[in-house]
Design a protein around this ligand. Structure first.
Ligand code: MN
Length: 235
């Protein structure tokens, strides 16, 4: 049987050193930094024991923006927000069942830095009404991402921090040790809900300092000395 339409383009992220990473799904973690949870008006857990379950949502694979391309200001919002986030790329399929913490690292292909762009006004309306976040989170061009760096080239991930500057001013900065749920925790939790597979990306949540972007703004997001993505918001 042949396709009755031309096949959609496969979303791909360049890999530092050569090659490309085909994207299957994009999972995102909400409220993974206590200071960001508080700035969003949510009580942050006081300890790991009290953290409950992580919040997950998704973006379509073709929401990525690669190669430091311009990012169009999206339709339907007057309050586009930046959220700088560690991105984890999975290079292998998880075995069936819940993934033990000690088996998570074997799935990781590499890391990058990305933005979880958010229509904050639509998200606020959805939250108030108890409605889904999809239009606030899963829109076109909502996931600018750096080239991926193989995990074999990252010696001590948890010693790194994430930083976002806009027009040269630091807007967000935090060490990854501030994450409520680290990478093994999140892959373990995701595996209770989804069959994780090679090609999946996980956006790990943002620290405090989220704020509006305007047409003309130039952003630079970095994972300390490892990965960087930059771009311009175009009206
Ligand atoms: Mn986010």
């Amino acid at each position: 049987m042949s396709d009755v339409i031309s096949a959609p383009a496969q979303a791909r992220v360049p890999v530092r050193g050569g090659g490309t990473f085909p994207v299957r799904r994009i999972y995102c973690v909400g409220r993974n930094f206590a200071d960001h949870a508080r700035e969003m008006g949510v009580t942050a857990p006081a300890s790991k024991a009290e953290r409950g379950n992580p919040t997950f949502f998704a973006k379509p694979a073709d929401a990525i923006v690669t190669g430091n391309a311009d990012v169009p200001y999206p339709s339907g919002t007057k309050d586009l927000h930046h959220e700088v986030e560690l991105v984890v790329a999975l290079g292998a399929d998880a075995p069936a069942g819940v993934l033990p913490l000690e088996a998570t690292q074997a799935l990781v292909y590499g890391y990058g830095i990305g933005l979880d762009l958010t229509r904050r006004d639509l998200q606020a309306t959805a939250k108030k009404a108890g409605l889904p976040w999809d239009t606030a989170k899963g829109f076109d061009h909502s996931a600018p991402i750096s080239d991926l760096v193989p995990a074999t080239q990252v010696s001590d991930l948890m010693s790194l921090g994430v930083t976002l500057t806009v027009n040269g001013t630091v807007r967000q900065h935090a060490p990854l040790t501030d994450m409520i749920w680290d990478v093994p925790d999140i892959l373990h939790e995701l595996s209770k809900l989804y069959a994780l597979k090679a090609g999946d990306l996980v956006f790990m949540g943002t620290p405090s300092g989220v704020a509006a972007l305007q047409p003309g703004d130039v952003f630079v997001a970095t994972l300390d000395g490892v990965a960087e993505v930059r771009g311009t918001i175009v009206g």
